[in-house]
Ligand binder design. Structure first.
Ligand code: C2E
Ligand code: MG
Ligand code: MG
Ligand code: MG
Length: 277
């Protein structure tokens, strides 16, 4: 009865495929609805220096559907990239972050804070991306030195010359760059040397396993050494425990971000002062 089995298998697979296609279509509709109807929010996660002072934040997007359910970026950014919706979504992020940075820069207590935004490779390589950044800076009247753009290594999978040129054009506006999720991608150290990054972010997988896994600890130490020799600032992502923080401090890490210091929160809940830990 091999023939029947085969037919059943095909039926099973096509039903599963249909479910996948339907779920993607539904998510795409939700993203379009969120774009049209104020469904996106930026959450802000603090970044601290070695003395424990909050020096800035990373803006992380959240999507809320019609009944208020939150959709995490891990669930929708890949689809947004495939469909091209990342372009209008990314523009909204840029505009919203610049407005928030402007509000901080107007108040003496928060004037020195930096704000990092995540930019997808597809958004970065849009022909008018440099113009969009320049326009957002001008409209919001921010000091551009407070704005940081986080890219992942996937940004250079295309042409490195184009990437370097574009980064230089944006840096000429005063904006700085961070290389996100460092250590998880494919780019070589020679790439890293050619790309004008200001900051490296140690991926949270290494921070998480640092204490129990000697190879992660060695990777963290190597990243700290690389960043020193290339004169890059370094941020540890995903710091959750005091022990991780201690170890990173001992190893010379400069900046810290993670649940230990604060989760990403909507701006209404943002506080400059951290409770003593
Ligand atoms: P990412 O840029 O590497 O952001 C760090 C992620 O780690 C965030 O997840 C953050 O909430 C989470 N995180 C921070 N501290 C801790 C910690 O101590 N423990 C753990 N387990 N996680 C921690 P989130 O907000 O879900 O964002 C996931 C990814 O989605 C981001 O990774 C980024 O790649 C992407 N993303 C977020 N916002 C945007 C955006 O506005 N535009 C684009 N293109 N991508 C975005
Ligand atoms: Mg990031
Ligand atoms: Mg990261
Ligand atoms: Mg990430």
């Amino acid at each position: 009865r091999a023939k029947d089995d085969g037919r059943n298998l095909i039926r099973f697979f096509s039903a599963a495929m249909q479910a996948v296609v339907a779920a993607r279509a539904e998510l795409e509709l939700k993203l379009r609805a969120a774009l049209a109807g104020n469904g996106f929010r930026l959450y802000y996660q603090p970044q601290l220096d070695r003395s424990g002072r909050v020096i800035g934040a990373e803006a992380l997007i959240r999507c809320f559907d019609a009944d208020g359910t939150m959709i995490s970026p891990a669930a929708f950014i890949p689809l947004a990239e495939e469909t091209g919706l990342i372009v209008p979504i990314g523009e909204w992020v840029l505009e919203t972050a610049c407005a928030q940075l402007r509000a901080w820069q107007r108040e003496p207590a928060t004037a020195g804070l930096t704000l990092s935004i995540n930019v997808s490779a597809r958004q970065f390589h849009q022909p008018d991306f440099v113009g969009k950044v320049a326009a957002a800076i001008e409209r919001s009247r921010i000091r551009a030195g407070g704005l940081k753009i986080e890219l992942t290594e996937s940004v250079v999978l295309g042409d490195i010359e184009t990437t370097v040129l574009r980064m230089r054009q944006i840096k000429a506006l005063g904006v700085r760059f961070a290389l996100d999720d460092f250590g998880t991608g494919y780019s070589s150290l020679s790439y890293l040397k050619r790309l004008p990054f200001d900051q490296l972010k140690i991926d949270q997988v290494f921070v998480r396993d640092m204490e129990k896994d000697t190879s992660s600890e060695a990777i963290v130490r190597a990243i700290l050494a690389i960043s020193r020799s290339l004169d890059l600032e370094v941020v540890a992502e995903g710091v959750e425990t005091a022990a991780q923080h201690e170890l990173l401090l001992t190893r010379g890490c400069e900046l810290f971000q993670g649940y230990l210091f604060g989760r990403p929160v909507p701006i209404e809940d943002w506080k400059l002062e951290r409770p003593p830990s």
